[in-house]
Design a protein around this ligand. Structure first.
Ligand code: PEP
Ligand code: CO
Length: 477
């Protein structure tokens, strides 16, 4: 049975979850009309490059590190916060390259991670009922009914904050923010246990040695290690916004593979629909219904996409979903972002892997060890335990390895700031310490030290497992 025709708006005839109801239809149309005229935020060449890299991840030749805030605020669009996040992802990726001995693809949850799904559309604060905070591109965080009213002008603000963030990201990367010759601050002063500190210092020294070696022999300048790629991503939740940034664009012409093909210039390039709000979009665990609006939207876009999968996903539905969004079985087009929780992963992941292995699909498998491990302290603070996060990651690695499948990446909620939102890690943050700098507007994030530590530990797992088929260590940046 051939699928129904797709169009950028075909999702509007499907049932939708997590919908936003505006009371100002004229304002919505005005905002969307404006967005439809603005230029794409990302290019087809960038999207295609990311797709190629993710194909390598699916084939077991690379690793993907994805991370950033749970909910990005417009206020996070500032120099210090952007730099801190990019530097952290860079440092983590260097450690992972050292550990797994393969290239690392970096994708930030940045420049658009503004819309959030919520368990309830309304909440009661100080006895007053008001809409829940849905993210900066929908309503305001301030706890008043007025601020919580969905405001269509925020759609346009979201575009411009994304554009400003991307502009600084691109400019600073090309001006050497990620220049591997400049000294990076590895700050291990917080690590309380001497043996752990020593272990991390050893890793940092190995990474530094490798960088120095590359510089000395000139490998880095040959290969352009002065800068690295960082791609952007967010949950494709707010479909009105995403649709207004869909563009029908010429596909990049593939690089010539044979000398003679360089002379063949007569073929007209094909065109495809690209989501241009970001390089990579994912469908959340709450909006991935097979016949729902989000899946309908995602099946028509050319970008690489992610799908969150949790305990409620059946193996059969997983394959139907893959068939729907990727009928041509493009390798690495879909990233399956598993998020079961440390105590549930062993029950669900093996069957999901087996179903995929029996199908014609070769997705990227990525572990999100955050969203299945959220809990509340007795005093009601939402937190996550570093040990649960690490445990889910370790189990994911082991389960994939036992099944002959490649765990190609991890998906983290993290920040470059020294927040106190997740407990544990070498700094020994306890539940009592959570109140100190608890600044998230949604889920608890790893702080910069916990995130780096996680990279050390995961790199160690790969070293222990002696991952085969690697590339050239730090030479593979
Ligand atoms: C998220 O990534 O912030 C999120 C809401 O995740 P999930 O859809 O997996 O719950
Ligand atoms: Co989250």
């Amino acid at each position: 049975m051939s699928p129904e025709p797709w169009s950028p708006k075909s999702w509007t005839s499907k049932p939708i979850k997590q919908d936003v109801v505006y009371d100002d239809d004229e304002g919505v149309q005005l905002a969307l009309g404006k967005l439809e005229k603005l230029p794409p935020l990302v290019t087809t060449q960038e999207i295609t490059n990311l797709k190629k890299s993710l194909k390598n991840v699916a084939l077991g030749k690379a690793f993907v590190l994805q991370g950033g805030d749970c909910a990005e605020l417009f206020d996070y669009c500032n120099q210090d916060m952007i730099e801190a996040k990019v530097k952290l992802l860079l440092q983590m990726s260097l450690v992972l390259i050292w550990g797994a001995n393969i290239p690392v693809v970096r994708i930030a949850r940045i420049a658009g991670q503004f819309a959030k799904p919520r368990s309830s559309p309304m909440e009661v604060i100080d006895g007053i009922e008001m809409p829940s905070f849905r993210g900066d591109n929908i309503n305001g965080f301030d706890a008043t009914p007025e601020s919580r009213r969905p405001d269509p002008s925020r759609l346009v603000s979201a575009y411009f904050h994304s554009a400003a963030t991307l502009n600084y990201l691109r400019a600073s990367l090309s001006s050497g923010l990620a220049d591997l010759h400049s000294p990076l601050d590895w700050g291990l002063g917080h690590v309380v246990t001497p043996s752990i500190k020593e272990k991390y210092e050893r890793i940092v020294n190995r990474v530094k040695d490798a960088l120095r070696f590359m510089q000395t022999v000139g490998i880095d300048t040959d290969r352009g290690v002065e800068t690295v790629d960082v791609y952007t991503s967010h949950e494709g939740l707010l479909l009105e916004y995403e649709t207004s940034l869909i563009r029908l664009l010429k596909d990049p012409i593939p690089a010539a593979t044979t000398p003679s093909s360089t002379t063949t210039t007569t073929t007209t390039p094909s065109k495809s629909y690209y989501a241009t709000s970001s390089h990579f979009l994912w469908i959340g665990d709450r909006t991935r219904q097979l016949t729902g609006a989000h899946v309908e939207f995602f099946r028509g876009i050319t970008n690489p996409i992610g799908i969150k999968i949790g305990p409620s996903m059946s193996p059969q539905d997983l394959i139907t979903l893959l068939d729907t969004v990727n009928p041509t079985h493009e390798i690495g087009k879909v990233t399956l972002i598993s998020r079961y929780g440390a105590s549930h992963i062993a029950t669900h992941l093996p069957a999901h892997i087996a179903a995929v292995q029996q199908s014609a699909h070769l997705p990227v498998w990525q572990c999100d060890p955050m969203h299945g491990n959220t809990q509340s302290t007795p005093s009601g603070i939402k937190t996550r335990h570093f040990s649960d996060i690490l445990s889910e990651l370790r189990q994911a690695l082991e389960i994939h390895r036992a099944a002959g499948s490649w765990l190609g990446g991890m998906h983290l909620e993290l920040t470059g700031e020294s927040v106190t939102e997740c407990v544990g890690g070498a700094g020994g943050l306890t539940e009592e310490g959570l109140g100190e700098r608890y600044t998230t507007f949604c889920d608890p994030r790893l702080n910069e030290k916990q995130a780096l530590e996680l990279a050390f530990l995961v790199a160690g797992f790969y070293r222990e497992m002696e991952v085969e088929g690697g590339g050239g260590g730090l030479n593979s940046i």
